[in-house]
Design a binder for this molecule. Structure first.
Ligand code: MRU
Length: 460
């Protein structure tokens, strides 16, 4: 049976509200997956920036799309000038702001820069078109920017499908894959980089099982990849990060596939914290270790990994555990009690022991976000979000243009098509169809994997 992707939501898309006609960037809130499938609608650059910083949208390729859409969002909803010059200077500021919201994933700055270049090219094209009515050139340029940002999401999916196709070459028959973090569909606009290789390989009968590293501290593996694998019907087993050595030692892993946030010209690769440890283990047990990523994740400016900026995150991610979910009261009396609690909107509950919890009414349900403290007070914390795996530990890099040894990247970069991005012609309506979102903003709309968790528990 092929991978069942129908249950997997799109990660990010552009849409215009049917009622008030205001455009927005829509995304599935990954901070609350898998328990709640909330859809966030961002209508301002600041809103999208917060979504990026809080990891509501995350994963390098998805961040690239978010950055381009953020610039287009500013242009559509916040630009109030009248001249092309004002618009271009605002585009520059918007691109600088969203492009630096997180430091490590190079796709974020790349996506913002692509949008900036698109705006410049569109403005130049408009200026070259003689005889237009006043303001028409600016309007056309703004429309071109929106079309470009929407096209980027479609292109990202196509790139992931190409990575998936290229990945077939590295898969032995009945491969048992170990992966870290989430480089699946949720880390991209759709389909995934590692996800692409897994889904394509599974459909070709080449993948038999996936080991999913939990990926402390934010559990992108346990919350997101495990959920994705269940949605898609891929046999998978969740392990804590410190179990990877044990399953490798038992001969249960044929190859490791991870994503990337920034790949240097020499092949050194930044990815989610813990990736380096997995790579060292793979080398010890003679297991091939592949990075799956688009060319947009390669930073042509960085010769090697020591220059990669590593994001340091809030110590609370390590000091405690975040749980989000939805309460569905089963009788009228409980509903009334929750209604009272949340009558004034978001309600912060006072908990003993430093734990934090907030509750908010969402239709007939009540969404909660809780942070449970697990460590002693005043503990010192070091919380880097990424580490760098040296090229020497990487067997190959699976891209949309094929599989490269780390040492082949520099030459491949020289061959890569360069220059300013093409401005898609025509009105935004001409852009490829916007993916159908899952039902919006209803707490009960959480996409659920088939079967229940117990049923889906795989055997080791
Ligand atoms: O902090 P995150 O969740 O954005 O980190 C994501 C990763 O490290 C992914 O492995 C990487 O971005 C590849 S996503 C296709």
């Amino acid at each position: 049976m092929p991978a069942d992707l129908a249950n997997l939501p799109r990660t990010i898309w552009w849409d215009v509200d049917a009622k008030d006609k205001v455009p927005g960037v829509y995304l599935i809130d990954q901070t609350r997956l898998p328990l709640t499938g909330d859809i966030l609608c961002c209508r301002t650059l600041e809103g999208l920036e917060i979504a990026v910083k809080t990891l509501a949208v995350r994963g390098a390729p998805a961040l690239g799309v978010a950055a381009a859409m953020g610039v287009a969002l500013w242009s559509e909803n916040e630009f109030s000038g009248t001249t092309v010059e004002e618009w271009l200077s605002g585009v520059d500021a918007a691109a600088a702001r969203i492009g630096t919201a997180r430091p490590t994933a190079v796709n974020l700055a790349w996506g913002a820069e692509q949008a900036r270049q698109c705006a410049r090219a569109a403005a130049a094209a408009a200026a070259a078109a003689p005889g237009d009515a006043p303001g028409a050139g600016l309007q056309a340029a703004r429309q071109a920017l929106v079309a470009f940002a929407r096209q980027m999401a479609a292109d990202d999916e196509a790139t992931c499908r190409a990575i998936g196709a290229a990945g077939r070459a590295i898969l032995p028959k009945d491969a048992r894959i170990l992966t870290h973090c989430n480089a699946g569909s949720l880390g991209t606009a759709y389909f995934g980089t590692v996800g692409g290789v897994i889904y394509t390989g599974f459909d070709a009968g080449l993948v038999s099982h996936v080991w999913v590293d939990e990926t402390r501290p934010l559990n992108q593996g346990g919350r997101l990849t495990a959920w994705e694998m269940l949605c898609a019907g891929i046999p998978s087993t969740l392990i804590a990060d410190n179990m990877a050595a044990s399953v490798m030692a038992r001969g249960l892993v044929d190859l490791v596939l991870v994503g990337a946030d920034r790949i240097c010209v020499n092949g050194d690769t930044a990815n989610k914290i813990g990736t380096l440890g997995v790579a060292i283990l793979a080398r010890h047990y003679h297991i091939p270790f592949y990075v799956c990523a688009p060319f947009s994740t390669i930073d042509p400016e960085l010769p090697e990994g020591s220059g990669i900026p590593i994001e340091q995150r809030d110590p609370r991610e390590l000091e405690g555990c975040i749980v989000s979910g939805t309460i569905l009261p089963d009788d009228a009396a409980s509903s009334q009690a929750f209604d009272l609690l949340t009558a004034q909107g978001l309600r912060h509950l006072q908990l003993k022991g430093g734990h934090q919890m907030s509750l908010e009414r969402k239709g007939a349900a009540y969404a909660f976000d809780a942070w449970f403290k697990m460590t002693p007070a005043h503990v010192q914390v070091y919380n880097p979000a990424f580490d760098v795996t040296p090229a020497g530990l990487i067997t190959g890099i699976v891209t949309e243009r094929g599989v490269f040894a780390p040492g082949e990247l520099a030459a491949a970069l020289g061959d890569a098509p360069g220059g300013a991005p093409a401005v898609p012609g025509g009105a935004p309506g001409d852009a490829p169809a916007v993916p159908t979102p899952p039902a919006a903003a209803d707490a009960s709309a959480a996409p659920t994997p088939p079967g229940d968790a117990d049923e889906a528990t795989p055997r080791a």
